[in-house]
Write a protein that binds this ligand. Structure first.
Ligand code: GTB
Length: 223
């Protein structure tokens, strides 16, 4: 493990004005949460939608999005990769045991690559296709896809607190992915998953990260 106190304070980029109005659904939230979990201070650079598409930001992020992560001459994009980078360089988000560590990383990928896609499809359908002729037929199918994932995930979680013993970066990303269902009425049908999300949101590091991103929206941020 590196001694972070002697390292450059990283800078992340976040929405200047998040469309979620500070609900912590944008993808700077898992990065902030990971940094808070490991106790690493960070700076924030606010970017507007237009600045995101300019060359200066595209040099950081090829797709002109947030979040990015800068630490010295290292520049990263992709929230999952950034969380993994933080987790690998600091104690607290990945187990020491090699097999347990590999399983925690597997859950990180499962959150992003297996559970999140149907959730994002639902959001895309609601925002982009609500006036299309096929919308009323498609939405239930997309929601069935989400329920398939939640059925399996809740079966695996059972009554455990976290996916694989102690809290890990896998739980951090999974909770953040499931949070995107808030207000949908879908998660509420899975009491153990709803409790799992609530456990994640109750962590002091989550609360600090949430408050920090909300402060940007309300104009109270100090960085
Ligand atoms: N795979 C990338 C990652 O994980 O980092 C995806 C990054 C991404 O989707 N970034 C979005 C972005 O920059 C913000 S987070 N969009 C601007 C653009 O593409 O021009 C996605 C997001 C946005 C808004 C909400 N919301 O309002 O609820 C939730 C999530």
């Amino acid at each position: 493990m590196r001694n972070w106190s002697s390292r450059t304070v990283p800078t992340i980029t976040v929405f200047e004005q998040s469309p979620d109005r500070g609900q912590g659904l944008a993808r700077d939230m898992p990065v902030r949460w990971a940094l808070e979990e490991v106790g690493q201070p960070y700076d924030v650079r606010l970017v507007s939608f237009s600045a995101m598409k300019e060359a200066t930001h595209r040099a950081r992020h090829p797709f002109g999005q947030i979040p990015t992560y800068e630490e010295g001459d290292l520049v990263l994009f992709e929230s999952g990769a950034i969380v993994l980078y933080i987790a690998e360089r600091h104690a607290g988000l990945l187990p020491q045991d090699a097999n347990a560590r590999a399983r925690a990383i597997t859950w990180m990928f499962a959150a992003i690559a297996t559970v999140e896609p149907p959730i994002v499809q639902r959001e895309a359908a609601m925002y982009l296709e609500h006036d299309k002729t096929w919308y009323e037929e498609r939405l239930p199918l997309v929601e069935d896809g989400i329920r398939n994932r939640l059925d399996d995930l809740s079966r695996r979680l059972g009554n455990a607190d976290w996916l694989d013993n102690g809290f890990s970066a896998g739980d951090l990303l999974m909770v953040q992915v499931l949070r995107r269902l808030s207000g949908s009425g879908i998660l509420e049908k899975y009491p153990t998953l709803a409790a799992y999300v609530a456990r994640g949101e109750a962590r002091p590091a989550f609360k600090r990260a949430f408050d920090a991103q909300l402060a940007v929206f309300t104009g109270q941020a100090t960085t």
